[in-house]
Design a protein around this ligand. Sequence first.
Ligand code: SAM
Length: 481
Amino acid sequence: MSGEDTMRPPVSLRRVHEALLGAAACLEPLLPLANSCMVSFITEDQWRRLVPGPLAAALLQLPAEQLLRLPAAAPDQLPAGPLRQLAEQLGRHRLSGCGVLSPPPPVSAAALPLMDQFFSDKKLHEVDRMAATVAHLAATGGVGQVVDLGSGKGYLSSMLALQHGLDVLAVEANEVHSHGAQKVNANIKKSWDAIVSRSAALQIGQQPERRSRKWKRQQRSQDRSRHRPAPGRLTPVDQLVTSGTHLSELVALHGDGYRPVAVVGLHTCGDLAVNSIRMFNEMPQASLLVNVGCCYHLQRERFEGQFWADLDLQEVSFPLSRPLLERRFALGQQARGLAAQASERIASYQRAPSPFLYYRAVLQAPSPFLYYRAVLQVFLQDRLGTVPTDIMVGRLARKARDYLDYMHMALSKYPLDHRAVSDAELLAYHDRLLEHRPRLEAFSVLRSALAPLVEAVLLLDRLAFLMEQDSIEDGSPRATI
Ligand SMILES: C[S@@+](CC[C@H](N)C(=O)[O-])C[C@H]1O[C@@H](n2cnc3c(N)ncnc32)[C@H](O)[C@@H]1O
C-alpha cells in the first residue's frame, strides 16, 4: 500500500474493521466446511452434515467444467439460486471485493530474461515484481535501506541490491539457505553487467552479442556514461526472528541505525509475517512495510482450543485486531491451510487451456486419490474400529499406479495383516462406495471456493492491527504502509 500523495492510509481504520467483521461474519457459518478433513468425507457423513441440501443439489447439477471453475466463477456465470448467492457473498467479502484495497503502485517490473539461469520462471516473476514494488515505494519515501526477513536463498535481496541499488540486510534463520544466498549473490554479481545488457538486447528482439574482449571493453566504456544505480550492499544476517526480536537492535548491529528502513518479506511463513508487522511497529525509523505471507497453517491462534491459550498475546499471530480479539474469533488449522491455496491466483488460471490443467495447477485436482483415501478410511474403520490418527498415509498418489496399488501400500502402514486382504475385497469397497465420489469432488471444489474468504479474514486482521497502532493512526509519515 502506498499513500504517495497524502501520506495517509488509503482507507480509514473504521472501514477496515467493517470489512474484517463482514468477512468474519460471512465465514463463521462456513468454518466447519473449511475445517473439514476430506479423509473422513464418507465416515463422518460430511456431505449431509456440512453442505445445506439446496446447495448440495445445485452443486451436483453443475456440468463438470463449470464445477471445476466454481472457485473463480463470477456470480453471473452460475445458475440463479443458492450457488449464485454464495458466489455473490464470497465475492463481496474477498480482498478484491471488500473495498479496502488501493490500486497497486504503478511499477513496471524490469524482467531480465537472462536471470532465468539463477531463478525458475515463477521465482523470477515474483522477485521481479516484488523488487520493483519495494524500489518504487522506497524511492517515494526516501528509504535506502531494506531488511528482508526470511530471505531464503536471497533472490529478492540480490535483486534489491543489484538492480535497485538498495542496501539490504538479508535475515535468514536457516544457515544452509543463507550460505546459499551468498553464493547466489556472488554469482549474479559476477555476471551482472552481462545479464543487464544481454537482457536488454533480448527485450528489443536482438540477438545478444558474444562476450568477446571487444565486447567487454565496450561495456566498460558504456558503463561510464550509463546511469544505472550503483549496486547496494547486501549483508547476510543469520538470525531466527521471534516475537522478541527488536528491529532497531538488528539494524544498529548490522546496518545503519539512523537511516529509514523498509521492512520486507516474500513468502514469510506463519508467524514470521506477523512478527514483521510487530517489528515494524516498534521501530520509528521503519517507514515502509511490504510483506507477502504464506503457510498460514503455521500460525498460532489464540482461541483455537486450549493449545495456545496460555501464551502471551505477543506470541500468537491470530487474531491480532481489536474486533476479532473481543469476539474471541477462531479460524482453525485446516481453514488456515486452505487460505494458502487461495485467492486471485485462482482467477488468474481461468484461461488455462483445459479445466483439468486449471484444477491441477490451482486446486490440486480432485484426483481419484482423494476418493481412494476416503474409501481407505471406511475400510480401516470397519477393520480396526478406531483409525489411529498418528499414522500418516503420506503422499502415495505419486507412487501408486492405481487404486489397488494405493490400497496395498497404504494398508501396509497400519496394524493389520494387509497381505491377507484380497483384491476382490478391496474392489468391492471401491464399487460399493462409488456414489460418494461425485459428491466428494463437488465438496472439495466448494471448500476451495472458501479459500479467498479465509485469506481475507487473515490479511484484514493484520491490516487492522497495523492501523490500530498509534503511530499509524495519527497520520504520521509511517502511515505509508
Ligand atoms: C518460504 S521461504 C521464502 C524465502 C525467500 N523470501 C523467497 O521468497 O525466496 C521462507 C524463508 O523464511 C525463513 N524463515 C522462516 N521463519 C523464520 C524466522 N522466524 N526467522 C528467520 N527466518 C525464517 C525460512 O528458513 C525460509 O528460508
